[in-house]
Design a protein around this ligand. Structure first.
Ligand code: ME8
Length: 501
Protein backbone atom coordinates (compact mmCIF):
# COMPACT_ATOMS: atom_id res chain seq x y z
CA UNK A 1 0.00 0.00 0.00
CA UNK A 2 1.33 3.42 -0.87
CA UNK A 3 1.50 6.08 1.81
CA UNK A 4 0.48 9.69 1.34
CA UNK A 5 1.01 12.30 4.04
CA UNK A 6 -0.35 15.74 3.21
CA UNK A 7 -0.31 18.95 5.22
CA UNK A 8 -1.66 22.48 4.98
CA UNK A 9 0.07 25.43 6.61
CA UNK A 10 -1.10 25.83 10.19
CA UNK A 11 -3.03 29.09 10.20
CA UNK A 12 -2.83 32.02 12.58
CA UNK A 13 -6.12 32.04 14.46
CA UNK A 14 -6.17 35.79 14.93
CA UNK A 15 -9.30 35.83 12.74
CA UNK A 16 -11.55 33.19 11.19
CA UNK A 17 -10.34 31.56 7.97
CA UNK A 18 -11.33 33.24 4.70
CA UNK A 19 -11.43 32.23 1.05
CA UNK A 20 -7.60 32.19 0.81
CA UNK A 21 -7.28 29.64 3.61
CA UNK A 22 -10.14 27.66 2.08
CA UNK A 23 -8.29 27.62 -1.25
CA UNK A 24 -5.26 25.88 0.27
CA UNK A 25 -7.22 23.59 2.57
CA UNK A 26 -9.69 22.40 -0.07
CA UNK A 27 -6.81 21.66 -2.44
CA UNK A 28 -5.09 19.54 0.20
CA UNK A 29 -8.41 17.84 0.97
CA UNK A 30 -8.97 16.99 -2.70
CA UNK A 31 -5.54 15.39 -2.92
CA UNK A 32 -6.15 13.51 0.33
CA UNK A 33 -9.53 12.22 -0.88
CA UNK A 34 -8.09 11.26 -4.27
CA UNK A 35 -5.32 9.26 -2.66
CA UNK A 36 -7.78 7.49 -0.36
CA UNK A 37 -9.92 6.74 -3.43
CA UNK A 38 -7.03 5.04 -5.22
CA UNK A 39 -6.33 2.97 -2.13
CA UNK A 40 -3.42 4.79 -0.48
CA UNK A 41 -2.86 5.00 3.26
CA UNK A 42 -3.45 8.73 3.80
CA UNK A 43 -2.69 11.02 6.70
CA UNK A 44 -4.02 14.55 6.20
CA UNK A 45 -3.13 17.21 8.74
CA UNK A 46 -4.17 20.80 9.21
CA UNK A 47 -4.24 22.97 12.30
CA UNK A 48 -3.49 26.29 13.95
CA UNK A 49 -0.32 28.26 14.68
CA UNK A 50 -1.15 29.58 18.11
CA UNK A 51 1.89 31.35 19.57
CA UNK A 52 3.74 34.57 18.93
CA UNK A 53 3.46 38.32 19.09
CA UNK A 54 0.55 38.57 16.66
CA UNK A 55 -1.70 36.35 18.80
CA UNK A 56 -0.40 37.94 21.99
CA UNK A 57 -1.40 41.39 20.72
CA UNK A 58 -4.81 40.35 19.44
CA UNK A 59 -5.57 38.74 22.82
CA UNK A 60 -4.33 41.81 24.70
CA UNK A 61 -6.58 44.00 22.58
CA UNK A 62 -9.55 41.79 23.37
CA UNK A 63 -8.61 41.69 27.04
CA UNK A 64 -8.39 37.89 27.16
CA UNK A 65 -5.59 35.44 27.77
CA UNK A 66 -4.13 34.20 24.46
CA UNK A 67 -4.87 30.61 25.44
CA UNK A 68 -8.53 31.45 25.85
CA UNK A 69 -8.50 33.09 22.43
CA UNK A 70 -6.78 30.22 20.64
CA UNK A 71 -9.01 27.62 22.32
CA UNK A 72 -12.05 29.44 21.08
CA UNK A 73 -10.58 29.92 17.63
CA UNK A 74 -9.59 26.27 17.26
CA UNK A 75 -13.30 25.44 17.45
CA UNK A 76 -14.06 28.18 14.91
CA UNK A 77 -11.54 26.74 12.44
CA UNK A 78 -12.86 23.22 12.93
CA UNK A 79 -16.38 24.47 12.31
CA UNK A 80 -15.36 26.08 9.02
CA UNK A 81 -13.48 22.99 7.91
CA UNK A 82 -16.51 20.90 8.66
CA UNK A 83 -18.71 23.31 6.69
CA UNK A 84 -16.33 22.82 3.76
CA UNK A 85 -16.26 19.03 4.20
CA UNK A 86 -12.54 18.90 4.95
CA UNK A 87 -11.59 15.33 5.80
CA UNK A 88 -8.51 15.97 7.92
CA UNK A 89 -7.18 13.09 10.02
CA UNK A 90 -5.60 15.31 12.63
CA UNK A 91 -5.97 18.95 13.67
CA UNK A 92 -2.73 20.07 15.26
CA UNK A 93 -2.36 22.99 17.63
CA UNK A 94 1.02 24.37 18.60
CA UNK A 95 -0.17 24.62 22.21
CA UNK A 96 -0.64 20.82 22.26
CA UNK A 97 1.76 19.47 24.92
CA UNK A 98 3.29 16.82 22.63
CA UNK A 99 4.13 19.55 20.12
CA UNK A 100 5.67 21.83 22.75
CA UNK A 101 7.81 18.94 23.91
CA UNK A 102 9.12 18.31 20.39
CA UNK A 103 9.96 22.00 19.91
CA UNK A 104 11.96 22.05 23.15
CA UNK A 105 13.81 18.87 22.29
CA UNK A 106 14.54 20.07 18.78
CA UNK A 107 15.93 23.41 19.92
CA UNK A 108 18.03 21.62 22.54
CA UNK A 109 19.46 19.39 19.82
CA UNK A 110 20.49 22.40 17.75
CA UNK A 111 22.01 24.07 20.80
CA UNK A 112 24.01 20.99 21.71
CA UNK A 113 25.25 20.67 18.16
CA UNK A 114 26.69 24.18 18.35
CA UNK A 115 24.24 25.46 15.76
CA UNK A 116 23.00 28.30 17.97
CA UNK A 117 24.67 31.29 19.56
CA UNK A 118 23.65 34.39 21.48
CA UNK A 119 24.18 37.83 19.97
CA UNK A 120 22.38 41.10 19.53
CA UNK A 121 19.96 41.62 16.72
CA UNK A 122 18.51 44.68 15.11
CA UNK A 123 16.06 44.68 12.28
CA UNK A 124 12.72 45.70 10.83
CA UNK A 125 9.84 43.45 11.82
CA UNK A 126 6.36 42.83 10.43
CA UNK A 127 4.11 41.42 13.13
CA UNK A 128 1.51 40.24 10.61
CA UNK A 129 4.14 38.15 8.82
CA UNK A 130 6.00 37.41 12.08
CA UNK A 131 9.13 38.10 10.05
CA UNK A 132 12.16 40.40 9.85
CA UNK A 133 12.69 42.22 6.58
CA UNK A 134 16.12 43.20 5.32
CA UNK A 135 16.81 46.28 3.16
CA UNK A 136 15.86 45.46 -0.41
CA UNK A 137 13.03 43.21 0.80
CA UNK A 138 10.85 45.90 2.31
CA UNK A 139 9.27 48.78 0.47
CA UNK A 140 9.67 52.40 1.50
CA UNK A 141 6.93 54.96 1.96
CA UNK A 142 7.82 58.53 2.87
CA UNK A 143 11.25 57.28 3.85
CA UNK A 144 9.84 54.62 6.21
CA UNK A 145 10.13 50.84 5.76
CA UNK A 146 6.83 49.08 5.02
CA UNK A 147 5.88 45.41 4.72
CA UNK A 148 5.56 44.48 1.04
CA UNK A 149 2.77 42.01 1.80
CA UNK A 150 0.70 43.83 4.40
CA UNK A 151 1.53 47.37 3.33
CA UNK A 152 2.01 48.41 6.97
CA UNK A 153 4.94 50.20 8.66
CA UNK A 154 7.61 47.85 10.03
CA UNK A 155 8.74 48.01 13.65
CA UNK A 156 12.41 48.45 14.53
CA UNK A 157 13.57 45.84 17.04
CA UNK A 158 16.90 45.71 18.79
CA UNK A 159 17.58 42.96 21.28
CA UNK A 160 19.79 40.14 22.46
CA UNK A 161 18.67 36.90 20.90
CA UNK A 162 19.67 33.39 19.95
CA UNK A 163 20.66 32.82 16.37
CA UNK A 164 20.39 29.63 14.37
CA UNK A 165 23.40 29.17 12.09
CA UNK A 166 21.44 29.09 8.85
CA UNK A 167 24.56 30.21 6.97
CA UNK A 168 26.07 26.76 7.50
CA UNK A 169 23.41 25.28 5.24
CA UNK A 170 23.98 27.47 2.22
CA UNK A 171 25.68 24.81 0.09
CA UNK A 172 23.18 22.19 1.16
CA UNK A 173 20.26 24.45 0.24
CA UNK A 174 21.73 25.31 -3.15
CA UNK A 175 22.26 21.65 -3.91
CA UNK A 176 18.74 20.64 -2.84
CA UNK A 177 17.09 23.46 -4.76
CA UNK A 178 19.12 22.88 -7.91
CA UNK A 179 19.11 19.09 -7.98
CA UNK A 180 16.17 17.68 -6.09
CA UNK A 181 12.70 17.62 -7.48
CA UNK A 182 10.92 18.80 -4.35
CA UNK A 183 9.43 22.19 -5.00
CA UNK A 184 6.52 22.23 -7.43
CA UNK A 185 6.15 24.16 -9.69
CA UNK A 186 9.92 24.24 -10.22
CA UNK A 187 9.98 28.00 -10.83
CA UNK A 188 9.58 28.56 -7.08
CA UNK A 189 12.75 26.53 -6.40
CA UNK A 190 14.61 28.63 -8.96
CA UNK A 191 13.35 31.82 -7.33
CA UNK A 192 14.71 30.80 -3.92
CA UNK A 193 17.94 29.49 -5.43
CA UNK A 194 18.55 32.86 -7.11
CA UNK A 195 17.82 34.69 -3.88
CA UNK A 196 20.35 32.56 -2.00
CA UNK A 197 22.92 32.96 -4.76
CA UNK A 198 22.46 36.71 -4.64
CA UNK A 199 22.22 37.33 -0.92
CA UNK A 200 23.66 34.23 0.68
CA UNK A 201 22.01 32.62 3.70
CA UNK A 202 22.24 34.73 6.83
CA UNK A 203 21.84 33.37 10.33
CA UNK A 204 18.35 33.86 11.73
CA UNK A 205 17.10 34.83 15.15
CA UNK A 206 15.03 32.00 16.60
CA UNK A 207 14.25 33.32 20.05
CA UNK A 208 12.44 36.31 21.54
CA UNK A 209 12.99 37.96 24.91
CA UNK A 210 10.11 36.92 27.15
CA UNK A 211 9.52 40.44 28.38
CA UNK A 212 8.44 41.35 24.84
CA UNK A 213 6.98 38.08 23.55
CA UNK A 214 5.89 35.97 26.48
CA UNK A 215 3.28 34.00 24.56
CA UNK A 216 5.42 31.21 23.20
CA UNK A 217 7.30 28.05 24.10
CA UNK A 218 10.05 28.69 26.59
CA UNK A 219 13.61 28.19 25.33
CA UNK A 220 14.70 25.19 27.41
CA UNK A 221 18.20 26.46 28.16
CA UNK A 222 17.27 30.10 28.86
CA UNK A 223 13.99 30.86 30.57
CA UNK A 224 14.19 34.53 29.62
CA UNK A 225 13.37 33.64 26.03
CA UNK A 226 10.53 32.13 24.01
CA UNK A 227 10.99 30.24 20.76
CA UNK A 228 10.41 32.24 17.56
CA UNK A 229 6.93 31.40 16.31
CA UNK A 230 8.05 30.20 12.87
CA UNK A 231 10.54 27.74 14.30
CA UNK A 232 7.78 26.49 16.61
CA UNK A 233 5.24 26.31 13.78
CA UNK A 234 7.32 24.50 11.17
CA UNK A 235 8.00 21.66 13.58
CA UNK A 236 4.27 20.81 13.56
CA UNK A 237 4.87 18.81 10.40
CA UNK A 238 7.05 16.36 12.31
CA UNK A 239 5.50 16.53 15.79
CA UNK A 240 2.08 15.76 14.27
CA UNK A 241 3.27 12.34 13.07
CA UNK A 242 5.08 11.32 16.23
CA UNK A 243 8.60 12.71 15.84
CA UNK A 244 10.64 11.74 18.95
CA UNK A 245 7.52 10.00 20.33
CA UNK A 246 6.33 7.32 17.95
CA UNK A 247 9.24 6.39 15.75
CA UNK A 248 7.28 3.88 13.71
CA UNK A 249 4.61 6.37 12.76
CA UNK A 250 7.17 9.02 11.97
CA UNK A 251 9.19 6.67 9.77
CA UNK A 252 6.08 5.58 7.94
CA UNK A 253 4.73 9.02 7.04
CA UNK A 254 7.69 11.39 6.83
CA UNK A 255 9.23 9.97 3.60
CA UNK A 256 5.86 10.58 1.92
CA UNK A 257 5.11 14.10 3.12
CA UNK A 258 3.54 16.65 0.79
CA UNK A 259 3.35 20.20 2.12
CA UNK A 260 0.80 22.51 0.51
CA UNK A 261 1.50 26.23 0.98
CA UNK A 262 0.83 29.64 -0.55
CA UNK A 263 3.79 31.41 -2.14
CA UNK A 264 3.90 33.99 0.69
CA UNK A 265 5.54 31.45 2.98
CA UNK A 266 7.89 29.89 0.44
CA UNK A 267 11.09 31.20 2.07
CA UNK A 268 10.21 29.70 5.44
CA UNK A 269 9.30 26.37 3.86
CA UNK A 270 12.52 26.10 1.85
CA UNK A 271 15.55 27.98 3.18
CA UNK A 272 14.57 27.71 6.82
CA UNK A 273 12.63 24.46 7.00
CA UNK A 274 14.97 22.34 4.86
CA UNK A 275 17.95 23.64 6.86
CA UNK A 276 16.31 22.95 10.21
CA UNK A 277 15.47 19.45 9.01
CA UNK A 278 19.03 18.90 7.87
CA UNK A 279 20.29 20.12 11.24
CA UNK A 280 18.00 17.57 12.90
CA UNK A 281 19.22 14.91 10.45
CA UNK A 282 15.85 14.55 8.77
CA UNK A 283 15.37 14.27 5.00
CA UNK A 284 13.75 17.22 3.22
CA UNK A 285 10.04 16.80 2.41
CA UNK A 286 9.08 14.71 -0.58
CA UNK A 287 7.11 17.55 -2.17
CA UNK A 288 6.42 21.17 -1.46
CA UNK A 289 3.34 22.16 -3.47
CA UNK A 290 3.16 25.92 -3.80
CA UNK A 291 0.25 27.92 -5.12
CA UNK A 292 -0.22 31.56 -6.08
CA UNK A 293 -2.69 34.03 -4.54
CA UNK A 294 -6.35 34.76 -4.85
CA UNK A 295 -6.52 38.46 -5.48
CA UNK A 296 -9.25 41.02 -5.50
CA UNK A 297 -9.00 44.49 -6.98
CA UNK A 298 -5.31 43.82 -7.64
CA UNK A 299 -4.44 42.98 -4.03
CA UNK A 300 -3.82 39.65 -2.33
CA UNK A 301 -7.00 38.77 -0.47
CA UNK A 302 -6.35 39.13 3.22
CA UNK A 303 -7.46 40.73 6.42
CA UNK A 304 -5.00 43.58 6.19
CA UNK A 305 -6.03 44.53 2.65
CA UNK A 306 -9.64 44.57 3.87
CA UNK A 307 -10.87 42.62 0.86
CA UNK A 308 -11.70 39.33 2.53
CA UNK A 309 -14.41 37.11 1.09
CA UNK A 310 -16.11 35.12 3.82
CA UNK A 311 -16.49 31.37 3.54
CA UNK A 312 -20.08 31.46 4.82
CA UNK A 313 -21.07 33.92 2.08
CA UNK A 314 -19.65 31.59 -0.56
CA UNK A 315 -21.43 28.58 0.92
CA UNK A 316 -24.67 30.49 0.97
CA UNK A 317 -24.35 31.69 -2.60
CA UNK A 318 -23.36 28.32 -4.04
CA UNK A 319 -25.81 26.46 -1.80
CA UNK A 320 -23.38 24.01 -0.26
CA UNK A 321 -19.74 23.19 0.21
CA UNK A 322 -19.57 21.35 -3.12
CA UNK A 323 -20.20 24.47 -5.18
CA UNK A 324 -17.44 26.36 -3.35
CA UNK A 325 -15.03 23.45 -3.51
CA UNK A 326 -15.62 22.98 -7.22
CA UNK A 327 -15.20 26.64 -8.12
CA UNK A 328 -12.02 27.07 -6.09
CA UNK A 329 -10.46 23.93 -7.54
CA UNK A 330 -11.52 24.83 -11.08
CA UNK A 331 -9.65 28.15 -10.84
CA UNK A 332 -6.76 26.70 -8.81
CA UNK A 333 -3.48 28.00 -10.12
CA UNK A 334 -0.03 27.31 -8.78
CA UNK A 335 1.83 29.86 -10.85
CA UNK A 336 -0.56 32.74 -11.48
CA UNK A 337 -2.63 34.85 -9.14
CA UNK A 338 -6.33 34.55 -9.83
CA UNK A 339 -8.68 37.51 -9.66
CA UNK A 340 -11.80 36.59 -7.74
CA UNK A 341 -15.05 37.96 -9.14
CA UNK A 342 -18.65 37.00 -8.58
CA UNK A 343 -19.18 36.91 -12.36
CA UNK A 344 -16.42 34.34 -12.81
CA UNK A 345 -17.62 32.20 -9.93
CA UNK A 346 -21.27 32.35 -11.02
CA UNK A 347 -20.43 31.45 -14.57
CA UNK A 348 -18.37 28.40 -13.57
CA UNK A 349 -21.10 27.27 -11.21
CA UNK A 350 -23.90 27.76 -13.72
CA UNK A 351 -22.28 26.46 -16.85
CA UNK A 352 -20.37 23.52 -15.41
CA UNK A 353 -22.12 22.33 -12.28
CA UNK A 354 -25.71 23.26 -13.14
CA UNK A 355 -25.83 23.06 -16.95
CA UNK A 356 -23.31 20.31 -17.65
CA UNK A 357 -23.16 17.89 -14.71
CA UNK A 358 -26.51 18.71 -13.11
CA UNK A 359 -28.39 18.71 -16.38
CA UNK A 360 -26.92 15.42 -17.55
CA UNK A 361 -27.73 13.64 -14.30
CA UNK A 362 -31.25 15.01 -14.30
CA UNK A 363 -31.92 14.12 -17.95
CA UNK A 364 -30.54 10.60 -17.67
CA UNK A 365 -32.35 10.02 -14.39
CA UNK A 366 -35.69 11.16 -15.80
CA UNK A 367 -35.28 9.13 -19.01
CA UNK A 368 -34.20 6.02 -17.15
CA UNK A 369 -37.28 6.13 -14.95
CA UNK A 370 -39.73 7.07 -17.64
CA UNK A 371 -38.51 4.77 -20.37
CA UNK A 372 -37.32 1.71 -18.49
CA UNK A 373 -38.84 2.04 -15.04
CA UNK A 374 -35.44 2.82 -13.57
CA UNK A 375 -34.01 -0.64 -14.25
CA UNK A 376 -31.22 -0.49 -16.79
CA UNK A 377 -29.48 -3.78 -17.46
CA UNK A 378 -25.95 -4.16 -18.66
CA UNK A 379 -25.49 -3.68 -22.42
CA UNK A 380 -22.49 -3.09 -24.58
CA UNK A 381 -21.25 0.44 -23.95
CA UNK A 382 -21.42 2.54 -27.11
CA UNK A 383 -17.91 2.30 -28.49
CA UNK A 384 -17.05 5.93 -29.11
CA UNK A 385 -18.38 7.16 -25.79
CA UNK A 386 -16.68 4.27 -24.01
CA UNK A 387 -13.36 5.19 -25.61
CA UNK A 388 -13.83 8.79 -24.39
CA UNK A 389 -14.40 7.53 -20.86
CA UNK A 390 -11.25 5.47 -20.85
CA UNK A 391 -9.20 8.28 -22.34
CA UNK A 392 -10.56 10.71 -19.77
CA UNK A 393 -9.72 8.39 -16.88
CA UNK A 394 -6.18 7.94 -18.08
CA UNK A 395 -5.61 11.68 -18.35
CA UNK A 396 -7.37 12.37 -15.06
CA UNK A 397 -5.11 9.94 -13.21
CA UNK A 398 -2.05 11.48 -14.82
CA UNK A 399 -3.04 15.02 -13.85
CA UNK A 400 -4.09 14.10 -10.33
CA UNK A 401 -0.82 12.27 -9.77
CA UNK A 402 0.92 15.44 -10.90
CA UNK A 403 -1.17 17.47 -8.41
CA UNK A 404 -2.87 19.33 -11.24
CA UNK A 405 -6.41 19.34 -9.93
CA UNK A 406 -7.82 22.00 -12.25
CA UNK A 407 -6.63 20.20 -15.39
CA UNK A 408 -8.08 16.95 -14.05
CA UNK A 409 -11.43 18.67 -13.52
CA UNK A 410 -11.41 20.02 -17.07
CA UNK A 411 -10.97 16.51 -18.41
CA UNK A 412 -14.08 15.33 -16.57
CA UNK A 413 -16.09 18.35 -17.69
CA UNK A 414 -15.15 17.66 -21.32
CA UNK A 415 -16.35 14.10 -20.90
CA UNK A 416 -19.66 15.29 -19.46
CA UNK A 417 -20.11 17.68 -22.37
CA UNK A 418 -19.59 14.76 -24.75
CA UNK A 419 -22.21 12.80 -22.87
CA UNK A 420 -24.70 15.66 -23.19
CA UNK A 421 -23.94 15.82 -26.92
CA UNK A 422 -24.45 12.06 -27.14
CA UNK A 423 -27.98 12.35 -25.72
CA UNK A 424 -28.82 15.11 -28.16
CA UNK A 425 -27.51 13.04 -31.05
CA UNK A 426 -29.07 9.69 -30.14
CA UNK A 427 -32.39 11.06 -28.84
CA UNK A 428 -33.13 8.19 -26.43
CA UNK A 429 -36.54 9.68 -25.59
CA UNK A 430 -37.72 8.76 -29.10
CA UNK A 431 -36.73 5.09 -28.78
CA UNK A 432 -38.87 2.31 -27.40
CA UNK A 433 -35.85 0.58 -25.88
CA UNK A 434 -33.05 3.07 -25.28
CA UNK A 435 -31.27 0.54 -23.01
CA UNK A 436 -27.94 0.74 -24.78
CA UNK A 437 -27.91 4.53 -24.81
CA UNK A 438 -28.94 4.83 -21.18
CA UNK A 439 -26.53 2.17 -19.98
CA UNK A 440 -23.71 3.92 -21.86
CA UNK A 441 -24.71 7.24 -20.31
CA UNK A 442 -24.97 5.78 -16.82
CA UNK A 443 -21.53 4.25 -17.13
CA UNK A 444 -20.17 7.61 -18.27
CA UNK A 445 -21.84 9.34 -15.33
CA UNK A 446 -20.49 6.70 -12.95
CA UNK A 447 -16.92 7.25 -14.11
CA UNK A 448 -17.24 11.04 -14.16
CA UNK A 449 -18.77 10.98 -10.67
CA UNK A 450 -16.00 8.85 -9.24
CA UNK A 451 -13.43 11.18 -10.79
CA UNK A 452 -15.20 14.20 -9.31
CA UNK A 453 -15.67 12.57 -5.92
CA UNK A 454 -12.58 14.17 -4.33
CA UNK A 455 -13.88 17.62 -5.35
CA UNK A 456 -17.65 17.34 -4.81
CA UNK A 457 -18.18 14.43 -2.44
CA UNK A 458 -21.72 15.33 -1.36
CA UNK A 459 -23.12 15.62 -4.89
CA UNK A 460 -21.43 12.39 -5.91
CA UNK A 461 -22.96 10.56 -2.96
CA UNK A 462 -26.36 11.83 -4.09
CA UNK A 463 -25.77 10.58 -7.63
CA UNK A 464 -24.54 7.21 -6.48
CA UNK A 465 -27.58 6.76 -4.25
CA UNK A 466 -30.04 7.92 -6.89
CA UNK A 467 -28.60 5.67 -9.62
CA UNK A 468 -27.40 2.77 -7.50
CA UNK A 469 -23.67 2.46 -8.02
CA UNK A 470 -20.71 2.38 -5.67
CA UNK A 471 -17.94 4.95 -5.37
CA UNK A 472 -14.95 2.70 -5.94
CA UNK A 473 -11.29 2.94 -6.83
CA UNK A 474 -11.40 4.10 -10.47
CA UNK A 475 -8.35 1.97 -11.21
CA UNK A 476 -10.14 -1.16 -10.09
CA UNK A 477 -13.36 -0.88 -12.01
CA UNK A 478 -14.17 -1.36 -15.65
CA UNK A 479 -16.59 -0.17 -18.25
CA UNK A 480 -19.59 -2.43 -18.12
CA UNK A 481 -18.79 -3.17 -14.50
CA UNK A 482 -22.36 -2.59 -13.30
CA UNK A 483 -24.77 -5.47 -13.99
CA UNK A 484 -27.89 -3.43 -13.37
CA UNK A 485 -28.56 0.18 -12.54
CA UNK A 486 -31.49 0.90 -10.30
CA UNK A 487 -32.41 4.53 -10.83
CA UNK A 488 -34.62 5.58 -7.95
CA UNK A 489 -34.72 9.29 -8.62
CA UNK A 490 -33.44 12.06 -10.86
CA UNK A 491 -31.83 14.53 -8.47
CA UNK A 492 -31.50 18.23 -9.13
CA UNK A 493 -27.96 18.70 -7.89
CA UNK A 494 -27.22 22.36 -8.46
CA UNK A 495 -29.80 25.11 -8.83
CA UNK A 496 -28.77 27.81 -11.21
CA UNK A 497 -27.99 31.26 -9.89
CA UNK A 498 -30.17 33.77 -11.70
CA UNK A 499 -29.43 37.16 -10.24
CA UNK A 500 -26.33 39.16 -10.98
CA UNK A 501 -24.84 41.07 -8.11
O1 ME8 B 1 1.41 32.11 7.31
N1 ME8 B 1 -4.56 33.49 -1.71
O2 ME8 B 1 -0.49 31.55 8.49
P1 ME8 B 1 -1.62 32.42 7.75
C1 ME8 B 1 -4.12 32.23 -1.57
N2 ME8 B 1 0.93 30.55 10.41
N3 ME8 B 1 -3.82 31.65 -0.40
C2 ME8 B 1 -3.98 32.39 0.71
C3 ME8 B 1 -4.44 33.71 0.65
C4 ME8 B 1 -4.75 34.26 -0.63
N4 ME8 B 1 -5.21 35.49 -0.79
N5 ME8 B 1 -4.50 34.20 1.91
C5 ME8 B 1 -4.09 33.20 2.73
C6 ME8 B 1 0.85 31.57 8.24
N6 ME8 B 1 -3.78 32.10 2.02
C7 ME8 B 1 1.64 30.73 9.20
C8 ME8 B 1 1.95 29.39 8.56
S1 ME8 B 1 3.03 26.93 8.54
C9 ME8 B 1 4.21 26.13 9.40
C10 ME8 B 1 2.80 28.46 9.37
C11 ME8 B 1 -3.32 30.81 2.55
O3 ME8 B 1 -2.83 32.27 8.59
C12 ME8 B 1 -2.01 30.36 1.93
O4 ME8 B 1 -1.90 28.97 2.07
O5 ME8 B 1 -1.13 33.76 7.44
C13 ME8 B 1 -0.98 31.03 2.81
O6 ME8 B 1 0.29 30.44 2.68
C14 ME8 B 1 -1.61 30.81 4.17
O7 ME8 B 1 -3.03 30.95 3.93
C15 ME8 B 1 -1.13 31.78 5.23
O8 ME8 B 1 -1.89 31.59 6.40
Amino acid sequence: MRIFYITTPIYYPNAPPHIGHAYTTIYADVLARYHRLIGDDVFFMTGNDEHGLKLQRVAEKKGVHPKELVDEMAEVYKKYWSLLDISYDHFIRTTDPYHEKVVKEAINKLYKKGLMYKASYSGWYCVDCEKFYSPGEYIEKEGKPYCPIHNKPLELLEEETYYFKLSEFEDYMKDVLANKDIVYPKSYATEILHKIEKEGLRDVSIARPKERVWWGIEVPFDKNYTVYVWFDALLNYVSGIGYLEDEEKFKKYWPNVHHVIGKDILWFHTAIWFSVLKALEIEPPKKLLVHAFLINRGLKIGKSAGNVIAIEDLIERYQDSDGVRYILMRIFNMSKDVDVTTELFDSIYNSELADTLGNLVRRVGVLAKKKLGGKIYKREVERELGARVEEALEKYIKYMNEFDVSLAINIVMDLLREANAYINKTRPWEKTDPGKELYSLLETIRYASIMLYPVIPKAVHKISEAFGFKIVNPLETQLGGVERYNVVNAPILFRKIQSKQ
